[in-house]
Design a protein around this ligand. Structure first.
Ligand code: SF4
Length: 392
């Protein structure tokens, strides 16, 4: 079954190399777990950014090349001294001694550094095995261990996804902390809220993967460490973030994700989004064929998609005029009323509601009456405001 799904996913992606899931895409996936379109395309590793451009709906999305380079430079800088400085910052922000003490009572000096980075010609499976061995060994040592870029694995929608956190700190005694290194600045103790939220959910993905890998949830702390540049300098600072809430959401949403096996089995066997390039470097597949293929995959557009999915403009275009496109709260309030045209007719009383729509229709007529009354009273209110004179 697994092999059949894999070969179907290979066909859906076509000849292009797969785009791998990462913590960022898993976090986005769990924000819209009911979207089969994203579920299948991500499982197949289709380049959604290129696909969106090819069907005529490009979206500026993801990290810029400049941001990626800046992030890599900052990460290399903070690890440059063998992570001694990082360990001191972890001690300060975690509120206890991650360096621990040597059996003789002396504070442990340098951390033990273990690299999880890929070795030449190493397969993903071999690298993952090396990570598992390093994690198990680290939990038994009496000095802090820092494992850079360990390769973790997490099942998402029935498929194994490989993940690569920046750093995992293993404290003497065997408590694990996920460390995320980001290049956005913390200025006067404040960072941009949306960026911190995104970093927290990515770190939560790593915590979940680590807990499942070790099979001991208590061994991996819900306190993760975020390392960012301080103020306008390149000097790093570490902040502790509690990701318990994000873990609860992730656990719940991952459980709800439809199994990819079932989604793929229901698709036409010849469906493909092959974006193989021609001599000019652009995909040769006609846009109309790709668009027709997309329409075979059920989408579940919400306004949230605009901040998390490359196909958002295409899906928003398709969903125009549908109540679901206005967000989950509108969808819930207007259960059974599928289109905006129906909403307007029900509100005006020019359409008889079905039994399913009766409750929503009642609310719509009430709202329409209140709105009309408000409009009628509008000019009088303006006069009243104008008569009040300046505020003392
Ligand atoms: S933009 Fe489209 S494909 Fe992406 S999550 Fe939203 S509905 Fe799904």
């Amino acid at each position: 079954m697994q092999d059949r799904t894999e070969s179907r996913l290979d066909r859906i992606r076509g000849s292009a190399p797969p785009r791998r899931h990462d913590a960022r895409t898993i976090a986005a996936l769990t924000r819209n777990p009911g979207c089969a379109r994203r579920g299948v395309l991500d499982a197949a590793g289709v380049d959604k950014d290129l696909l969106a451009r090819q069907v005529g709906f490009p979206a500026a999305f993801g990290q810029s090349r400049f941001a990626i380079v800046r992030g890599n430079v900052f990460e290399a800088r903070v690890k440059a001294d063998g992570c001694v400085d990082l360990l001191r910052m972890f001690h300060e922000c975690l509120g206890s001694e991650p360096g621990g003490t040597e059996p003789g009572g002396t504070a442990a000096g340098e951390p033990l550094l273990v690299t999880g980075d890929a070795e030449p010609d190493e397969t993903l499976a071999a690298r993952h095995e090396r990570t598992v061995a390093a994690l198990r060994t680290a939990s038994g040592t009496d000095r802090p261990v820092l494992i850079t870029h360990p390769l973790l694995r997490l099942a998402v929608g029935g498929q194994d996804v490989h993940l690569e956190p920046d750093l995992v700190l293993v404290r003497p005694g065997g408590l694990f902390h996920v460390v995320e290194i980001k290049s956005f600045p913390v200025i006067d103790g404040q960072a941009e809220g949306e960026k911190v939220a995104a970093a927290a959910i990515q770190a939560a993905v790593y915590v979940l993967a680590l807990r499942r890998l070790l099979g001991r949830p208590d061994a991996v702390s819900h306190d993760v460490v975020l390392v960012c540049p301080r103020d306008f300098s390149n000097a790093p600072m570490a902040t502790r973030i509690d990701v318990r809430r994000q873990l609860l959401v992730l656990d719940h949403q991952l459980a709800r994700l439809s199994a990819v096996d079932a989604l793929v089995a229901a698709l036409p066997p010849d469906l493909t989004f092959d974006l193989a390039p021609g001599p000019d470097g652009r995909p040769t597949r006609p846009a109309a064929e790709l668009a027709a293929g997309l329409s075979r995959l059920d989408a579940r557009y919400t306004p949230d998609c605009l901040s998390m999915c490359e196909l958002a403009f295409r899906c928003r275009h398709e969903a125009a005029g549908r109540t679901a496109a206005l967000g989950p709260s509108v969808r819930e309030e207007l259960g059974g009323v599928e289109t905006v045209a129906e909403v307007l007719e029900l509100a005006a009383g020019t359409r008889a509601p079905t039994a399913d729509q009766a409750e929503a229709a009642d609310r719509l007529r009430t709202t329409a009456r209140m709105y009309a009354a408000g409009l009628a009273a509008g000019p009088a209110t303006e006069h009243a405001a104008g008569d009040r004179g300046p505020t003392p």
